[in-house]
Design a protein around this ligand. Structure first.
Ligand SMILES: Cc1cc2nc3c(=O)[nH]c(=O)nc-3n(C[C@H](O)[C@H](O)[C@H](O)COP(=O)(O)OP(=O)(O)OC[C@H]3O[C@@H](n4cnc5c(N)ncnc54)[C@H](O)[C@@H]3O)c2cc1C
Length: 431
């Protein structure tokens, strides 16, 4: 089913997959044993494998679908290195030192990622173009101003307020009430980035096997016996890197992450003079709503890529497309005649404390729960996890300290999501 506002070549796939087609699934045999088995082939799994394979450990990465099929090839390509809780919230929970450590490590992760992409020469349209945080109300604008004026000591970064009367330099819209520029934030093409990681992991000796869902884990002496769609594999060490797609395979992890659907659309290409007017600085955008919308231009500058969550319950992206497009038109009414070429969705993983977590439970390693900021943090924590597995001091991270919490009666199906979305939609309306 399509709509009159869809282009003739409308696709129910991530925009990125046109330029980076899905890898062919080869009929690869699963080795009988391996030193390290990584379940999940997104940024977390690939970065972990890069470390262990690079150090000579026989490393096998498997994915239930084709390689990188999860969020890592379907995200918005906005890179922040920010965690959700602010300094005050974190210092109330853990004290000032820990709060400082968590925020500064996440921020440093952004520099680390930029350095990694540069050093490896990855062709992934990495752009250091900054973010515009758009205020959805005058009250939120005042809060942004206060946040710029009162940055926690030692955690200052380059932030600039853009007054409402000057915001046309950033966005061709009267929907917002001014905003804030975060100079450090960046963007990339997520699928090209993932394809680069696949190449690097293969070159470092990792074996990567798609269409190979893991269905059962048993302890076997000092290692594990994992049953998969392609047979059984023995492994000395096991990594769960399934993030928002974590299922019953690893119940301890599953009941600690909250899968939340995020939905995106892409417009058909516009003339450059027209698209460049929308966001003249070519930055990435998000707004101050709790149920946030995020958008940017494609790397070639011609399509608008717009994301958010418009339905209360999880939905088919085709069904929620009219409402998502309506949201886009509220901000950019001038795009009424521009057709939609793609829509898609994926599951991000939230956590109860809104922090990502890395650690080991019952001998199984994991890193997950990036709360929508996984380009930077999944890459970085996957890398740190691999270093920890090698016993390297560089693997030290503040993100393995906070307790990875669950809640009573929660087993991985977020029954509370719909009422929470409704509640936050109301908060957004009145804030
Ligand atoms: C629409 C959307 C927009 C987003 N936008 C941004 C953004 O702009 N910026 C940002 O930083 N982040 C964004 N994110 C989040 C980001 O993409 C993720 O945090 C990140 O990709 C997580 O990487 P990962 O490797 O941990 O998980 P994933 O990439 O999701 O990989 C998990 C993999 O595990 C596999 N798997 C699950 N179960 C099994 C099993 N039993 N056996 C084998 N394999 C299994 C899945 O098939 C999947 O491929 C967005 C996400 C979505 C969906």
């Amino acid at each position: 089913m399509t709509y009159s506002f869809c282009s003739d070549d409308f696709a129910l796939n991530p925009y990125w997959w046109d330029k980076t087609p899905r890898p062919e699934v080869e009929d690869q045999a699963l080795p009988g044993s391996t030193d390290v088995l990584v379940i999940g082939s997104g940024y977390t799994g690939m970065h972990c494998a890069l470390q262990t394979a690079g150090a000579g450990r026989q490393t096998t990465v498997i994915d239930a679908q084709d390689l990188g099929w999860g969020c890592s090839t379907r995200n918005g390509g906005q890179i922040s290195g920010e965690i959700k809780p602010d300094f005050d919230q974190l210092s109330r929970r853990y004290g000032n030192a820990e709060a400082h450590a968590l925020i500064s490590e996440a921020r440093n992760a952004l520099d680390w990622l930029g350095g990694f992409v540069d050093e490896q020469g990855l062709d992934c349209d990495y752009q250091r173009n900054g973010r515009f945080v758009a205020a959805h109300s005058a009250r939120q604008f005042d809060k942004l101003v206060a946040s710029v004026q009162h940055q926690p000591a030692g955690l200052e970064q380059s932030l600039r307020i853009v007054e409402p009367q000057n915001q046309s330099s950033e966005i061709d819209s009267v929907y917002y009430h001014g905003g804030m520029v975060v100079d450090r934030h960046c963007s990339l093409d997520p699928a090209k980035y993932h394809a680069g990681l696949v190449e690097l992991a293969r070159a470092s000796g990792a074996e990567l096997i798609g269409n190979c869902a893991a269905t059962n884990i048993e302890r076997d002496g000092s290692g594990f016996r994992v049953t998969t769609a392609r047979g059984v594999i023995q492994t000395r060490e096991l990594v769960i890197a399934t993030n928002g797609y974590s299922g019953t395979l690893a119940p301890w992890q599953q009941c600690r992450v909250i899968p939340i659907g995020s939905y995106m659309l892409a417009t058909e290409p516009m003339a450059l003079e027209r698209s460049a007017k929308l966001m003249p600085q070519h930055r990435v955008f998000s707004d101050t709503r709790k149920i946030v919308v995020y958008f940017r231009l494609s790397p070639d500058g011609r399509s608008l890529l717009f994301g958010g969550r418009v339905s209360v319950f999880e939905s088919d992206p085709v069904k929620s497309l009219p409402a998502l497009r309506q949201e886009m038109l509220r901000i950019f009414p001038q795009l009424e005649d521009v057709r939609i070429s793609h829509t898609w969705m994926g599951f991000v993983a939230y956590t109860f404390d809104e922090l990502p977590h890395l650690g080991q439970q019952d001998g199984i390693h994991y890193a997950m729960g990036y709360c929508g900021s996984g380009i930077c943090l999944a890459s970085y924590l996957g890398h740190r996890l691999g270093q920890q597995m090698l016993g390297l001091e560089e693997g030290a991270t503040a993100f393995d300290k906070p307790r990875f919490q669950t809640r009573p009666l929660y087993s991985g199906k977020p029954w509370f999501l719909a009422p929470s979305v409704r509640y936050y939609q109301m908060v957004d309306r009145f804030s």
